[in-house]
Write a protein that binds this ligand. Sequence first.
Ligand code: AR6
Length: 336
Amino acid sequence: MPLHIVRNDITTMKVDAIVNAANESLLGGGGVDGAIHRVAGPGLLKECKALGGCKTGQAKITKGYCLPARYVIHAVGPVWRGGSYGERDLLVSAYQAAMALALENGCETLAFPLISAGAYGYPLEQALKVAVDTIWDALLGCDMTVYLVIFEPAVCTIGYKLFPDISAYIDDHYVEEHIDMEVERHRGAMALAAASMQPIKQGPAGALPCEADLQSLEDALDQMGESFSQMLLRKIDERGITDAQCYKKANIDRKLFSKIRSDVHYRPSKSTAMAFAIALELPLAEARELLGKAGFAFSGASKFDIIVEYFIAHQNYNIFEINEALFTFGQGLLGG
Ligand code: AR6
């Protein structure tokens, strides 16, 4: 999946490059900057001293020294001064500059902290939104995998403020705390079978099915109709979009999409199937149909499903807004 939101300490991330929320001097400081310099060791400061600083909204690259990451990209975000001093543009520019440097240096995996959201005082929810929107836009033009690393649990509690409607929707629809996904998967598969097969005659209990029954079972299986992969490809064509537009919008990586394309019987995970329903902007009934082809159904006992269903029902197909909401409510993300 091209964009992941994870809770972690960025200094532990094994990626090609991590981004540092630096200041214009590039000579270290507190927060994530201090943590990165501590783990990287004195070699990092020495290289930084030779860089001659960095303007706000721009970025510079160094080696990673003792960090697990090969490079550190030092990006300078703006200090928050109320919002009318070009802070948003500068923050967008800092993310874009860091992504451009990562690409130039052949990085395939990159991890960002929430730039400016600590000592520089950028309001947390706005910082999160700028980060997600900017990374998402940049990812449409390249095949990198990006991790947005969230450090403080407070980011999750802002979610209830950001998504009050979803909180209410979950309260209305959530029927159980725990759900056995296997049972749910089985149920989905049974529903699929029931929808596409003729009833099979029951023999006496314990008796083997007779030849005629097996024949009718084979016929029924032949008549199962389109597979998930076939339905997906058909809907992509019907919508007049390219494969790449579809899998990028679904936050699915190219390799996984190729597998689905080349294997007519490919069974995707539930979250992958839902991600394609979002990318194709399917109305709820069609989303249910596509999900059914993968052997799944939306469940009122799963927060994950309720959130995705909520967005589809409200015709909001922005996968990153959906993923922000899923993350906020402690769920996994949509995508591969
Ligand atoms: N891993 C991931 N995220 C972290 C970590 C970590 N180890 N530590 C902190 N964060 P900040 P800024 C989060 O203050 O606002 C420095 O002194 C943190 O919770 O590090 O851009 C520089 O030298 C917050 O969400 O950076 C500058 O002078 C986010 O990283 C100034 O602070 C950014 O917080 C830059 O301020």
